[in-house]
Write a protein that binds this ligand. Structure first.
Ligand SMILES: O=C(O)CCC(=O)C(=O)O
Ligand SMILES: [Fe+2]
Length: 238
C-alpha cells in the first residue's frame, strides 16, 4: 500500500500555538493535504463497516457484523431505550469504527485506517501537535472513526478519564457538506450553560482542544440528509 498522508505544508504549528494557548481550543481548516483528506473521506463514506457506539452501564459497542443481525425493529427498540436514558443521564448514539482496537486486534478490514493510525503517531504529526499545544510530553495518539446521522448525538461531557492520560482531544472533521440547521455541531459551554463556541462540521478541518473541557455533539436533526464524518481521538502523555 503506497498511501501517503501529509499535513498541509503551509501550516505553521508555532504560529498557531499562541491562539491555542489563549483559547484552549482551535479550529484549523485545510489541515491535511487535499489528497490525504479525500482518501480518508472516501474510505469513511464507502469502506468502513460501521458499528454502533452507545452507553448502557458503561460504554458499549456493537460491531457491524452484530448490527446487521439485528432487525430494523430491534435497532429501533435499542435507540428508543437510549433516548429514554438520555432523558436523565449521560448518553450517546453514533456509528463508530474503533481504529485503535481494530489495529491492535488485527481486524484487517480497513487497511487505510491502519496507515492513518501510523501517520497519527509518526514524528511529523506528533511534532506538530506538541508544538501547537506546547506539550512536549505527548507520546501518542489514538483514534476512532465516527459517523453521526439523523437522530444521533453525544451529550455533554468533559473527556476526563484520568487513567487515559489525555492531553488534547481532536476531531478531524471530514464532512464535505453540512447545513447549519442540521445540528451536529461540536459545542463548548461556559459555566452557566451558554454556548461559548460551536464548530460546524467542515471538510478537512482539525478541531483540537484541551481536556477536560465541557463539550457535546448536538443532536442531528431528523430532517438532515447528510452524514457527519470524522476521525476523532486524543493525544496522550506517558
Ligand atoms: O465529534 C466531535 O466533534 C466530538 C467527539 C467527542 O467529543 C468525543 O468523542 O468525545
Ligand atoms: Fe468528547
Amino acid at each position: 500500500m503506497d498511501q501517503h498522508f501529509a499535513i498541509n505544508p503551509e501550516l505553521n504549528a508555532a504560529g498557531l500555538a499562541p491562539s491555542y494557548a489563549t483559547s484552549k481550543r482551535l479550529q484549523i481548516q485545510n489541515f491535511l493535504t487535499e489528497e490525504s483528506a479525500q482518501h480518508l473521506y472516501h474510505c469513511l463514506a464507502n469502506q468502513v463497516p460501521w458499528g454502533f457506539a452507545y452507553q448502557d452501564d458503561g460504554p458499549k459497542y456493537k460491531r457491524a457484523e452484530e448490527l446487521t443481525k439485528m432487525s430494523p425493529a430491534d435497532q429501533n427498540v435499542l435507540l428508543q431505550r437510549l433516548y429514554k436514558g438520555a432523558q436523565n443521564g449521560f448518553q450517546y448514539a453514533y456509528n463508530c469504527y474503533p481504529i485503535l482496537d481494530a489495529y491492535l486486534q488485527k481486524w484487517g478490514q480497513v487497511p487505510l485506517l491502519d496507515r492513518y493510525l501510523e501517520f497519527l503517531n509518526d514524528q511529523p504529526m506528533l511534532d506538530f501537535i506538541r508544538t501547537l499545544t506546547g506539550r512536549k510530553d505527548i507520546t501518542k495518539g489514538d483514534s476512532q472513526a465516527t459517523r453521526y446521522g439523523p437522530g444521533q448525538f453525544l451529550k455533554y461531557h468533559t473527556d476526563d478519564v484520568v487513567e487515559e492520560k489525555r492531553v488534547a482531544a481532536f476531531v478531524l472533521n471530514l464532512t464535505p457538506k453540512w447545513d447549519k440547521d442540521w445540528g451536529g455541531y461540536l459545542q463548548f459551554y461556559d459555566k452557566s450553560g451558554d454556548i461559548e463556541q460551536a464548530f460546524l462540521p467542515r471538510f478537512n478541518t482539525l478541531n483540537i482542544f484541551t481536556v477536560p473541557q465541557d463539550h457535546s455533539v448536538s443532536y442531528v436533526a431528523n430532517y438532515a440528509t447528510g452524514q457527519r464524518y470524522a476521525l476523532t481521538g486524543w493525544f496522550r502523555y506517558g
